[in-house]
Design a binder for this molecule. Structure first.
Ligand code: UDP
Length: 502
C-alpha cells in the first residue's frame, strides 16, 4: 500500500528571530499558524552584534527590490519521498514474506548495508524507516517557493581521502566537483575560516607572506597544552590559534552550538578545525570533494534501487518489531542506541539538535545572491544563529530567479543530530555498547552515527558501513579474506573514533 498524499510539516523545526532582523513568528501565542512575514530588503535593519550582519548582498537585476520571506524550513512531502523509485510501502508486507536482512533506517549507513547485501550476496532486504523519506539527514528536496534544492536537515558537503569510498559513491549518480569554503562574520567583516594567512593578516593587521612567517606568527600567539596534551576544546583551540582568536572565533560559536563552554567538551570537537599557514581557504583538504549533481535524495535512490530491497517509509521499527519477529534473518539497527535499549534502565545519552530558519529572497535575479559564499559562520554571541547557508552557490542547482538562506540554531531538544562528546556520555555509551555486544549474538548489529554514538562524516559513515558488511559477510562465510585494518588517518579521513559529520 502506498502512502496517501499528506502535507508533512516538520513541526520540530521552529523559527528563531535573528538579532536585528524582524522576522515572522510562525505561530501566534494562541498556536495558530500565521502567514510568513514579507519584507523588502531595503526596509530591513540588518544591524546586529555591533556590526552589519551581512556586509552586502548581490542583486544583479535593476528595478524592483527583492522581497524577503522568513519562515521555518519545512517541506510538504507530496507523498512519501523515495527519490523517484516508486517502490516504497507504508506498512510492513504481510507474512509469509521474510527477509534475509532487516535494516532499521534508510540513511547512509542503512542504505549502504542494504545495497551490499542485495547486490553482492543477492539477499533480500527490508528497510524500515520512521521518516517518510529516504536519505536520512542528507535528504534534500526542491523548494516549492524558489525551485532551489535545499537540505531539510542542514547542508551536507561530501569530502573524502578514501579512494574506496569515492569509488563506491560515484557508482550511484553523477557528481560535481566542489570545494566547500566558509567565511566567518566577525567584528563587522567576513574573513576566511578556518583561520589562514589571510585571516591572520586581516584580524591582526599583519603582512604575513608565506608558510614560514605564518607558522612563526602562530607559534607566537599559541599557548601550548603541555606534556599531557589538550584535555578539552578550550585548551585545544587556544593551543592552535591563541587566546584572542579563540575568544573571537571559537568560544561563542561553541557555546551556541553545544550549549556548554568549550572547556566542557572533548578536545576533538574543535580539533576538527584545522589552522592553515597558507592562503588555502578550502574548508577541507581531502582529495575528493564533490556534491551529487542531482542531489543526495536521488543519489540515495540509486543505492536503494536493487529490486531485492524492500522499503517501508513512515513506519517506526518499534511499532512493528513484534509483527516482524522471526521474519528477519539478521537485524541491522542504525537508530539511536539508547532508543533500542530504552528498557535497560540506563540513563539517556544526550544529543544536540538543530533548528532551521529559511529566508527566501524573491526576485533577486538568476545571478543574484544574498551572501558572498555558500556558508557563513557567526561566532558572536550577539547573533543567535551559528551559521547560514545559501544553497544557490552549490553546483547542480536548478536555475532560479530567487535565492534562499537557511540559518541554523542549536538546541537540546528535537531530532538527534550530534552526539555530545564529554566524559559522562563516553562512560554511558560504554554501557550501551556492552549491551549491544551481547545483542550481536542474537544477530542484531548496530551501525552508524546514532547507533555507535559517533559524530561521523558522511565518508566515515559509508566506510564504516562497508567495513561492517565485510566483517559480517566474512563471519557468515569463513573462507572469505579478512577485512584489512585501516591505519588511523589525520583529520578529515576516516578513523574509528573520529568526530565529524558534515
Ligand atoms: N567551531 C567554532 N567556530 C566555528 C566553527 C566551528 O568554534 O566557526 C567549533 C565548534 O565547536 C564546532 C566544531 O568547531 O562544533 C566543529 O566544527 P564543524 O564545522 O566541523 O562542525 P559541523 O560542521 O559538524 O557542525
Amino acid at each position: 500500500m502506498l502512502v496517501p498524499s499528506i502535507a508533512a510539516l516538520l513541526s520540530s523545526v521552529a523559527s528563531t528571530p535573528a538579532a536585528g532582523v524582524v522576522l515572522a513568528d510562525d505561530r501566534s501565542p494562541a498556536g495558530e499558524r500565521r502567514l510568513p512575514e514579507r519584507r523588502h530588503l531595503h526596509e530591513r535593519s540588518m544591524r546586529g552584534g555591533g556590526g552589519t550582519l551581512f556586509q552586502r548582498f548581490f542583486p544583479r537585476t535593476p528595478g524592483e527590490q527583492p522581497e524577503v520571506i522568513s519562515s521555518p524550513l519545512e517541506h510538504a512531502l507530496p507523498n512519501v519521498d523515495d527519490g523517484g523509485l516508486g517502490k516504497a510501502y507504508t506498512s510492513v508486507p504481510e507474512p509469509p514474506r521474510k527477509w534475509d536482512v532487516c535494516v532499521v533506517g534508510a540513511g547512509l549507513s542503512g542504505g549502504v548495508i542494504a545495497e551490499r547485501y542485495a547486490t553482492l550476496r543477492k539477499q533480500s532486504v527490508l528497510i524500515v524507516e520512521k521518516r517518510r523519506h529516504i536519505a536520512g539527514n542528507c535528504y534534500d528536496f526542491l523548494d516549492d517557493q524558489t525551485g532551489l534544492r535545499l537540505n531539510l536537515y542542514g547542508p551536507h558537503n561530501f569530502h573524502t581521502k578514501l579512494t574506496n569510498v569515492w569509488d563506491y559513491v560515484k557508482r550511484f549518480g553523477r557528481w560535481a566537483h566542489y570545494y566547500h569554503k566558509k567565511l566567518a562574520w566577525s567584528e563587522g567583516r567576513f574573513v576566511p575560516f578556518p583561520l589562514n594567512t589571510e585571516t591572520l593578516n586581516t584580524i591582526y593587521d599583519q603582512h604575513l607572506m608565506g608558510a614560514n612567517e605564518t607558522a612563526a606568527f602562530l607559534a607566537k600567539i599559541a599557548e601550548p597544552c603541555g606534556p599531557g596534551g589538550c584535555s578539552n576544546s578550550e585548551q585545544q583551540s587556544v593551543a592552535s590559534v591563541g587566546r584572542a582568536a579563540y575568544n573571537q572565533f571559537y568560544r561563542g560559536y561553541t557555546l551556541k552550538q553545544w550549549g556548554v563552554d568549550p572547556s566542557q567538551l572533548d578536545a576533538l570537537v574543535t580539533g576538527r578545525i584545522s589552522v592553515r599557514s597558507d592562503f588555502d581557504n578550502r574548508y577541507f583538504t581531502d582529495r575528493y570533494q564533490s556534491q551529487p549533481r542531482d542531489g543526495y535524495t536521488r543519489w540515495m535512490a540509486g543505492i536503494l534501487s536493487d529490486p531485492l530491497i524492500d522499503l517501508v517509509l513512515g513506519v517506526d521499527w518499534f511499532d512493528v518489531q513484534q509483527r516482524l519477529a522471526g521474519r528477519c534473518g539478521k537485524l541491522i539497527f542504525t537508530g539511536p542506541i539508547d532508543h533500542y535499549f530504552a528498557d535497560s534502565g540506563l540513563p539517556k545519552l544526550t544529543y544536540r539538535s538543530l533548528r532551521f530558519e529559511k529566508l527566501a529572497v524573491l526576485n533577486i535575479g538568476e545571478h543574484g545572491y544574498y551572501q558572498p559564499g555558500t556558508s557563513v559562520n557567526y561566532p558572536e554571541m550577539a547573533v543567535p544563529f551559528t551559521r547560514s547557508t545559501e544553497y544557490k552557490h552549490y553546483p547542480g542547482q536548478p536555475r532560479s530567479n530567487h535565492t534562499v538562506v537557511v540559518r541554523e540554531t542549536s538546541g537540546a531538544d528535537g531530532e538527534p543530530y550530534y552526539p555530545v562528546p564529554n566524559p559522562r556520555n563516553h562512560a554511558l555509551y560504554a554501557k550501551y555498547k556492552a549491551l549491544a555486544d551481547k545483542e550481536a549474538l542474537k544477530g542484531v548489529h548496530f551501525v552508524g552515527r546514532l547507533a555507535n554514538y559517533k559524530y561521523f562524516n558522511m565518508d566515515q559513515a559509508i566506510d564504516n558501513a562497508l567495513r561492517i558488511f565485510d566483517g559480517l559477510d566474512r563471519d557468515s562465510a569463513p573462507g572469505r579474506p579478512p577485512v584489512k585494518k585501516r591505519k588511523k588517518e589525520h583529520k578529515g579521513g576516516a578513523h574509528e573514533d573520529a568526530l565529524h559529520f558534515d
